[in-house]
Ligand binder design. Structure first.
Ligand code: FE2
Length: 373
């Protein structure tokens, strides 16, 4: 088996990936989900595909905030295969679609190296040009669609029609996808890390987190794989034995197997973004007050006022490159599965592993202050 340092020196993208094109969710009622993401998360409805545009199988809403595209899709008939996904997993991420230079090449390379084919390359077109798509499977029932759109100038993809200006939504300042995390079942992390290494040429992203796997506090193990320019970063989690039941095990039970746990979105100003999201009714995990007591001694000087971070519950983590601020929403549905992370990087390249221990210790301090430790 390769070590982390070997993996990080041998890898390069096996085909050119330009970024995350979109994330598609299968949901029970896309019209209502779209309202939630528009009003709560500040996404703008920009395009639609459904019966009114001549597409009779599904209804899809294309939501956008800066470089982030979410597609919400609902099957319109009981015999559509998307229903199997919904019964098994509930609403969740079906497709992490990557923008590539050449979707035919991406499909040929990945399938020749062991990826399971989902869609052979095919080209669709409308008055704005043509797009070539193909897809392969990854963990659980999640797929990667390869999107080649260099010959396309339309709003999203052929078949989607631009919608009238969205007067319901107001941006909360989200810019782009920083990372997308997959939860695996027990002892499946290394297999999936090797899959991304073998099939995509992704390498182990060496970061602060790598040296500090605090399973004692978090009951999970995590390895981050990234593409060559680091625009695509996929942390891969698996449950571990810890002081409490692993949150990854809980996810896997309720999701019916592996799937996307969270999507981290970068904000250029996390304080104003969290204020806007809280005003819109988004629920975040509760940060114990005691977390802020030793924050400065843990992360050193930062630009933000501690009082402001405390009031908003924002977390901070530092590595040797700088620091980052982050906060996690509660699961956005009734199954304890998918949630979101808001992140602002100020040089820091970590994923917040230091916060597991800090949060754990803060909870213990509060417990001690009540005389219960
Ligand atoms: Fe994250």
């Amino acid at each position: 088996m390769q070590t982390a340092s070997e993996l990080s020196t041998v890898g390069h993208d096996l085909f050119k990936i330009l970024g995350t094109n979109h994330v598609e969710f299968f949901v029970g009622n896309a019209r209502q989900s779209a309202y939630y993401y528009r009003r709560a998360f500040g996404f703008e409805l920009v395009a639609y595909r459904g019966p009114e545009t001549g597409h009779r199988e599904t209804a899809s809403y294309c939501l956008r905030q800066d470089k982030i595209n979410f597609i919400l899709t609902t099957p319109l008939h009981a015999n559509h295969t998307a229903n199997e996904f919904l019964v098994k997993h509930g609403d969740g991420v079906k497709d992490i679609a990557l923008t590539v230079e050449n979707a035919t090449e991406a499909f040929a390379i990945t399938t020749s190296r062991g990826a399971k084919p989902v869609y052979e390359p095919y080209t669709i077109e409308d008055e704005f040009g043509s797009v070539t798509l193909s897809a392969v499977a990854t963990y659980g029932d999640v797929i990667h669609t390869f999107v080649e759109k260099k010959n396309y100038t339309g709003i999203f993809l052929p078949g989607f029609k631009e919608t009238p200006k969205d007067t319901l939504s107001k941006s909360v300042g989200l810019k782009y996808v920083d990372h997308i995390v997959g939860n695996m079942d027990w002892n499946q992390m290394e297999n999936m890390v090797n899959f991304y290494n073998d099939v995509f040429g992704f390498t182990r992203f060496v970061s602060f987190d790598d040296k500090d796997i605090s399973t004692e506090y978090s009951a999970l193990r995590s390895t981050v794989v990234a593409n060559e320019n680091k625009w695509i970063k996929f942390p891969i989690n698996e449950p571990a034995q810890g002081m409490k039941k692993s949150q990854i095990e809980e996810y896997v039970q309720f999701n019916g197997g592996a799937g996307v746990q969270h999507i981290a979105m970068e904000s250029e100003d996390i304080i104003s973004t969290i204020i806007a999201l809280r005003n819109n009714g988004v629920d975040f995990i509760k940060t114990p007050d005691a977390y802020y007591d030793d924050l400065l001694s843990r992360v050193g000087e930062i630009d933000e006022q501690i009082a402001t971070l405390r009031e908003l519950g924002i977390l901070v983590d530092r590595d040797d490159k700088g620091y980052m601020l982050q906060l996690f929403t509660r699961p956005v549905e009734d199954r304890p599965t998918l949630f979101f992370e808001i992140i602002q990087r100020k040089g820091g390249e970590s994923f917040g592993k230091g916060n597991f221990k800090a949060l754990f210790e803060a909870i213990e301090r509060e417990q001690a202050s009540r005389g219960n430790l």
